[in-house]
Design a protein around this ligand. Structure first.
Ligand code: PEP
Ligand code: MG
Length: 591
């Protein structure tokens, strides 16, 4: 929860950044330019058709001009020439040539030509948007004092630009609990409410707002009564956190003696302190892509090695599972241009991307291997869909080991490698995958998205994103069975592992490890320590036979509340006497 002044971050079209490119990048940049033009032409054709249906072909012919511009040989050849000869990125080359055209036509006295300048500006902006992909969306607001960011959306790369010490909380119009922005906010301990739909329109800059991430509510101009009630609630939550600190150094063991490994998810090297504080046994998921989001250039082997080593040394005597780069989806790196895709979550993401970018992947594998000489490190691959990906990645890992040996670098020869289980195909062949890896970690955020065909970012269908869907539970059970039959262990590192309501269910399904945001770890530990495997198994066995996820959720909630009532008694405010003007922003999804 937080209270503060709203800092509204409106997305302006981003400034086009000039980037020098190497000779090897020229053809990829030209290809991006070509793709952006093709997409823009397609869009204009569609617009023209739509308009022709609505108002007649004659009026829709204004788009003919746009199509002509998109095919103008001088514009295209000059842009391509600059990429080739001046070795600059396509977005910059194209924007410079377009700017030159606009300036030239805009200065002509004839209104006809001035109109054409407007057309060029309009249509070239369309191309630039495609070239920019998920690139910069305008500079972050300058914050001289702490405030609450209100924005339509916050991509992980936008979040990475913010001054963490000044951000009290986030409120966004779109997004859902498992979007990477929400995950990042959680791991930073920043209260966030996402999926508000109209926050950016309803909240003015400088307005005082109160944000409750537990219930997903945002209060505009809160009254004294509301502030008083929230003050009480905050006190009760702090008391609970103090109580949970008492078990910080105790193991996560059920009442009947089943030992669970309870670890934490981190995004940055400096998070090791929060992991220790939380009482987690090391790191179950190090999302390394945030190292890339935070750095102005691609971090080289040395920088990555230091980051992995810092985390590993920071959580001794426990270990770290470093996940290789999971770029794509909703995580894009501005200095690593990637084409805009229609379905990025089904596209060039994670292991698929890395296997096609061998230099980048090798750099990371070498850095992880070198760091393994200084602590207990395991490695895992994200988004595995089949055995061939594991074999290809393992082959590159072996190559890296050979080159490190030849160079005399130390590393752990027995480094364990695991696969994330996030795609239903991986579950179906978990027996085969288990032959090539030492462990599995189930990424439920993606597993749910890919199983139920629910975009994890889309707030309109967030209510259909159901962790307790029987299909999801059966997939988890199948994974555990396949792994245990081959002596492999299974963890869960998606958001499900950090939800106390779902923990008995996961234990009952047989998972061996849970990895959650450091802030969630004390609650999960409390719950594990109050659970018996008998009742957890009974719940899971019953659940996989049910047909409705809502019934399963209800029974899971009832059990969790009976086992650990203190975790639930403090979560809801007992607000009375609410001023209706305060509650006109309430979220469909919260954090
Ligand atoms: C997951 O998919 O559950 C997971 C842990 O990976 P990410 O959230 O980074 O996609
Ligand atoms: Mg994932």
């Amino acid at each position: 929860m937080c209270r503060g002044r709203a800092v509204v971050w409106k997305e302006e079209p981003g400034a086009i950044v000039r980037r020098e490119i190497g000779e090897g990048e020229v053809s990829a940049e030209l290809e991006r330019l070509e793709q952006a033009l093709i997409t823009a032409r397609h869009e204009v054709n569609q617009l023209q058709k739509k308009l022709a249906d609505a108002i007649g072909a004659k009026d829709a012919s204004i788009f003919e001009v746009h199509l002509l511009i998109l095919e103008d040989p001088v514009l295209l050849n000059e842009s391509a020439r600059r990429v080739r000869e001046e070795r600059v990125n396509a977005a910059f080359a194209f924007s410079e040539v377009a700017r030159h055209y606009v300036a030239m036509l805009g200065s002509v006295d004839d209104p006809f030509f001035r109109e054409r300048a407007t057309d060029i500006r309009d249509v070239t902006q369309r191309v630039q948007n495609h070239l920019a992909g998920e690139g910069p969306r305008g500079a972050p607001p300058v914050m001289t004092e702490p405030g609450v960011i209100v924005s339509h959306d916050l991509t992980p790369s936008m979040t990475a630009q913010l001054d963490r010490s000044k951000v009290l909380g986030f409120a966004t119009d779109v997004g859902s609990v498992t979007s990477h922005t929400a995950i990042l906010a959680k791991s930073l301990g920043i209260p966030a409410v996402v999926g508000l739909h109209e926050a950016i329109g309803a909240i003015s800059p400088g307005e005082t707002i109160l944000l409750d991430g537990y219930t997903g509510s945002v209060f505009l101009r809160p009254t004294d009564q509301t502030l008083f009630e929230y003050g009480q609630l905050a006190r009760r939550r702090i008391e609970l956190e103090d109580r949970l600190k008492e078990i910080r150094d105790e193991p996560a063991v059920t009442l009947d003696g089943k030992r669970i490994v309870l670890s934490a998810n981190v995004e940055m090297a400096e998070d090791a302190g929060a992991v220790r504080e939380s009482g987690a046994e090391g790191v179950g998921l190090f999302r390394t892509e945030y190292l890339f989001l935070h750095s102005p250039t691609l971090p080289d082997e040395e920088a990555q090695y230091l980051a992995y080593r810092t985390v590993a040394e920071g959580v001794v005597p426990h270990g770290v599972i470093v996940r290789t780069l999971d770029i794509g989806g909703d995580k894009f790196i501005t200095h690593l241009p990637m084409p805009k895709e229609v379905n990025p979550f089904l596209g060039w993401r994670a292991i698929r991307f890395c296997l096609q970018q061998p230099e980048l992947f090798r750099t990371q594998l070498r850095a992880i291997l070198r760091a393994s000489a200084h602590g207990s490190i395991r490695l895992m691959y994200p988004m595995i869909s089949g055995v061939e990906e594991v074999l290809a990645a393992n082959a590159m890992l072996e190559e890296c080991k050979a080159s490190l040996r030849a160079e005399g670098h130390a590393f752990n020869e027995g480094l364990e490698v695991g696969a994330m289980i996030e795609i239903p195909s991986a579950v179906m062949i978990a027996d085969q995958l288990a032959e090539h890896v030492a462990f599995f970690s189930i990424g439920t955020n993606d597993l749910i998205q890919y199983t139920l065909a629910i975009d994890r970012l889309n707030d309109r269908i967030a209510h259909l994103y159901e962790p307790t869907h029987p299909a999801v539970l059966r997939l988890i059970r199948s994974t555990v069975e396949a792994a245990h039959a081959r002596g492999r262990w299974v963890g869960v590192c998606g958001e499900m592992a950090g939800d106390p309501v779902l923990v008995p269910l996961l234990l009952g399904l047989g998972v061996d490890e849970l990895s959650a945001a450091p802030a969630s770890v004390p609650r999960i530990k409390h719950l594990v320590r109050r659970c018996r495997m008998g009742e957890a198994r009974e719940l899971a066995e019953w659940a996989v036979k049910q047909s409705r996820g809502s019934c399963i959720l209800q029974r899971a909630e009832a059990l969790a509340q009976r086992l650990a009532p203190i975790l639930f008694s403090e979560s809801k405010p007992t607000l009375t006497n609410l001023n209706p003007a305060e509650v006109d922003a309430s979220a469909s999804a919260s954090l």
